[in-house]
Design a protein around this ligand. Sequence first.
Ligand SMILES: Cc1ncc(C[n+]2csc(CCOP(=O)(O)OP(=O)(O)O)c2C)c(N)n1
Ligand SMILES: [Mg+2]
Length: 1035
Amino acid sequence: MHRTRSLVAGLLPLIPGAAPERLAVWLVKGYVQNSSARAPLAALNIRQYSAAPPPPTQAAAEPFLNGSSSVYVEEMYNSWLQDPKSVHASWDSFFRNASAGAAPGQAYQAPPSLAVPGRHEIPITALVPQMSTSGVSTGLPIDEKIIDDHLAVQAIIRSYQTRGHHIADLDPLGINLADLDATIAPELQLATYRFEEKDMDRIFKLPATTYIGKPDERALPLREILSRLEAAYCRHIGVEFMFINSLEQCNWIRKRFETPGAMSLDAEGKRLLLARVTRAAGFEAFLARKWTSEKRFGLEGCEMLIPAMKTIIDKSSELGVESIIMGMPHRGRLNVLANVCRKPLEQIFAQFAGLEAADDGSGDVKYHLGTYIERLNRVTNKNIRLAVVANPSHLEAVDTIVQGKTRAEQFYKGDSEGKKTMSILLHGDAAFSGQGIVYETFTLSDLPDYTTRGTIHIVANNQIGFTTDPRHSRSSPYCTDVARVVNAPIFHVNADDPEAVMHVCKVAAEWRATFHKDVVVDLVSYRRGGHNEIDEPMFTQPLMYSKIRKMKSVMDKYSAKLIEEGTVTKEEVDDVRNKYEKICEEAYVKAQKETQIRYKDWLDSPWSGFFEGKNPLKMGNTGVIEETLKHIGKRFSSTPPNAAEFVVHKGIERILRARMEMVETRTVDWALGEAMAFGSLLKEGIHVRLSGQDVERGTFSHRHHVLHHQTSDKSTYKPLCNLYPDQAPYTVCNSSLSEFGVLGFELGYSMTNPNALVCWEAQFGDFFNTAQCIIDQFIASGQSKWVRQSGIVLLLPHGMEGMGPEHSSARPERFLHACSEDPETFPAETEEFAIRQLHDTNMIVANCSTPANYFHILRRQIAMPFRKPLIIFTPKSLLRHPEAKSSFDDMVETTGFKRVIPEAGLAASQPEAVQKVIFCSGKIYYELKKAREDRGLDSAVAITRIEQICPFPFDLIRDEINKYPNAQLKWAQEEHKNMGVWSFVQPRFHTAMQGSSERRLSYVGRGVSASPATGSKRQHLKEAAQLLEDAFAGL
Ligand SMILES: Cc1ncc(C[n+]2csc(CCOP(=O)(O)OP(=O)(O)O)c2C)c(N)n1
Ligand SMILES: [Mg+2]
């Protein structure tokens, strides 16, 4: 392994290869030929450099002969030989002088420069040793090798910066390679450059692209250059940054790793560091002793995670951050809560006691719970708020939730640059490279409405994922490569070198504060035990674990080092350790007195003041005064105030006119109803955020919340932002093409402020299932597991309209299956029936058939005294259906959301005569209604719509059934029988009928199917017609 670094030790003699003829060879030849009479070649003596600074000389190589100019010069020279006039006069003069025997440096005289030489700029003349300083013409030729060698040194410096991390000593075990690659890049190999041992003491000018020189050093011996590059890039830190396409940022990083002494830590810093490692190790040791076989996903082998996080927090706090939101997986989580957040130890220990919970809900395992703590940062003496967001087992799923929550906090605090609130995301090595959501998280990191202005990522890289080796778990060299996509610098560090870890963490925090971009710290470490405390790692990694068993802990190694260098005494080390153990023991005793655990103590997003003083069963009004509807309607239908300059698309003008006509006739369609819901909330000071793919226009081109100037780029107008001067802000944002990431983001956003309506819309409802994890793990079960509420709204376009298997159904059955309502229990009928149902459910699922009802249900999200996720199946064809319109009468003050819209036509006036009641939900209503009319069955058939599917309106359905004592009861749906709402409503109808065996609800609609919809339009129409036939059959 003949690497350049071997030169430092001067061990490897070089066999110089034949130097290819390049780099202004002509010039050397010319000089030799023409100057031999006046100065012997030997006088050049270019190979006899010494470590001493070269004597100043003016007889120098030409300063412009650097870099890649040699080929150019050669070409120019050849041209000049043929015709001296073919080149510029200055070149002509130069070549004449050179040919006439002018000395190097004399052939061309640059015009005097007014600029002071840069820090690294020294005249190249200073680097050519032993040349005459006297007179104009020494007659010596410039030596090609001087130039070549300087270029080679520049290349070496660049190679270290670019590729040095590949050969850094990153693995504490010394058996793996953090980049999974044992080869050494040619540019880091000695053979690539033509230096010999004796070149080691030659002096080379330092280019402006390096900071290895001290302030007064503009040139260094090669040996020192290599040694400093080694120290900066190839010891325990591997810096990956040269892919960043900003010179400023690259220089910023170079400076922080190359500057001599940059990584040194003072004695106080070392003692603090040791104390932190001691606590991290002490915590795990204490748990291991007290609960030997309990799963805790210990941090042993990567204890440096704790001081790393603390350093980032200290530094960020120093730089002005007041709130940090963190997301992390299982590994070391308890330690983070104890030692980073300083959650009371007795609360953590009580989790091991198997106590009953004092609050409702099913709870979660201890290494998933969140926390929120406000405390004094002792290093900076400033207050800091720390939140660890609760998460499921699903690795990395919490990432964008943390980002959304962070973004929301920044937004509500007016922290538009992210100076006060930031996020830290922790990752395991296998999960970071394996989970696609990580990529989605990075992709959001710089989008205007999603950026958190820089996240610090820390990878607890123990070089294993459960039982799988990295070489089987990723195809990229490093587990962190995904971060390169956003030009985030990546600092790999050997986690057994605490001081190196400190350095990269400080730099990471400074980076984030300076550039507000993501950065990654890769803590290359190991896992001392199995995947968890009861797992046997020797089954699968015998050699790795034989080595691990022999490893001393980082705490032992570091304390020994500090004792040896005299920074601390053994007594001090023991003292810190014993004191922490005593703290743990005392907390243990306290924990044993606890009789219950309280999940509320583990809440990551407390909504202080939101619940206090509220009647949990009192709903606010959702209707609004007509004046408000009118005002919003008009504004929403108007062109921008500067309409004369703002060119609106003709089609939009038509849409706006149609909207205005509706307002004038006191009517709303879907888009207007939605705008009125949003607008009225904005008027009440409620921030509304609508996010998702193409939501600004709306997938079906019905919304148009952002108008685009047709002749001026990026000039837009948002009517809903211009309703009232004192309204709340309205955010409408097209997202990246992600569901998992963006839905998670919006859920996190909704966790921050209960007084905001946060909506995520899927392009077509079906696509929600790529975000299934967010629905299952957070939306459906979040409150039950973590006593945490969210009022997020999911808008899922749904409806069978012949668009094929994937653009038809938003799969209502999937959501209903996850609803926690008991199908067999008719809730107690009190005055608060409806709101108590809402209070008790885990989610609300609705399919509204009128704009008014859509308006009310959106507003109800805020009118409720608590928060629940709302899933709404939204229409496609109904957006423009002439009948799917509502009157202001259904939206004014006295009105509200209708859980059920009963039959209101002819059939309702003579209910005894009704032969059939068809219950349905959503757009099928309009088709059934038309078919009934076509068949002249208006008085024979009642059609009743269920608008809120869950919680199920048991009371209203019972009343509706009882109203038609002689009618058959049908459920009609357009989704296939094994899909849609049928299997949810069937047992509930039975319960609503209170077990009556005389009446039975039967199904009308498509049969079962594996695919949600046919791909054939013809088949679709056939099925739709058949459905209507079946619905009215027998009458
Ligand atoms: C999405 C997901 N898939 C699978 C698992 C099961 N699982 C739990 S931990 C683990 C290994 C994780 O390895 P790594 O990310 O390196 O973290 P480590 O446990 O090594 O700290 C796996 C596969 C999971 N929790 N989440
Ligand atoms: Mg791992």
